[in-house]
Design a binder for this molecule. Sequence first.
Ligand code: ADP
Ligand code: MN
Ligand code: MN
Ligand code: MN
Length: 346
Amino acid sequence: MTKFKLEYIWLDGYTPVPNLRGKTQVKEFAEFPTLDQLPLWGFDGSSTMQAEGRSSDCVLKPVAVYPDPARTNGVLVMCEVMMPDGVTPHATNARATILDDEGTWFGFEQEYFFYQNGRPLGFPEQGYPAPQGPYYTGVGYSNVGDVAREIVEEHLDLCLAAGINHEGINAEVAKGQWEFQIFGKGSKRAADEIWMARYLLQRLTEKYGIDIEYHCKPLGDTDWNGSGMHCNFSTKYMREVGGKEYFEALMAQFDKNLLDHIAVYGPDNDKRLTGKHETAPWNKFSYGVADRGASIRVPHSFIKNDYKGYLEDRRPNSQGCPYQIASRVLKTISEVPLSGSASVAA
Ligand code: ADP
Ligand code: MN
Ligand code: MN
Ligand code: MN
């Protein structure tokens, strides 16, 4: 038997953005535990905005498991928060009720800033660094500093070793701003991996004295880009059948549901989706081929391929909840009939 360090990780009850929480229990297993071998566990919900002090127990239900490469015999356990009965999802548990479909693929592009001493990493104590331009995908000390690349590389290796489908990294438009991409088949799978990748990044940067700032417009109304979490998506039907007519019907439904999408695309998005800095205004739906100023960008390959492939919703922001974002995309898709079929499950 081996003693494994199980890190149970969950989302707390803070609004509008939950925090990641985690605590460790050590348990013996013959080999790396499977999901169904992991027991329910509890925590004090009165310290996480999830219960009153007098009846404070909440239950952690393991829903996904990954090796923890930063620890000897480490296990990362993604959990849903349940009521004391262990079966009723807690009100803060967004994951329990989302739509899922393994045939729908999601690619999230998580942008964020490194922050140190209350400002983006590499910003001078007073004022601003040289304006945006050379930082995006940049190289060299004056563009990316001396520590950011070490962190993003280490984060990439941690994610890959944990079995997370990390797909890439780039330095972003603002100084101190970076992005990683996660791809997953199904909303739960992709969203669990975004949360786990966020967790690994936050835990990794502790030792550097650096925080991750996920706010979508941390520098306010300035000439510095905000952070998004573009949601690229494709259903089986979009990949295999598609067509102009279906695409236009889908876009009309996205237009109709504009406010329902914005409601779950992350807080303060009106500060980011202004029409400037490669964004579309939050209150007007648009789509365009290769258009980074549209709500939904249609890749060139999609048109060339007879309106088949994936689309990029550019509106979700860096603080958004990937469970809710993916679920909202699936909901709108489910409302559009498929040509030549009575089924709405795309
Ligand atoms: P850009 O910065 O140009 O918008 P990225 O390369 O950062 O593009 O991100 C593209 C994303 O699209 C990746 O996360 C990738 O996984 C995702 N993606 C690619 N093909 C598909 C597909 N068929 N369905 C869903 N997502 C996809
Ligand atoms: Mn990108
Ligand atoms: Mn980007
Ligand atoms: Mn993008």
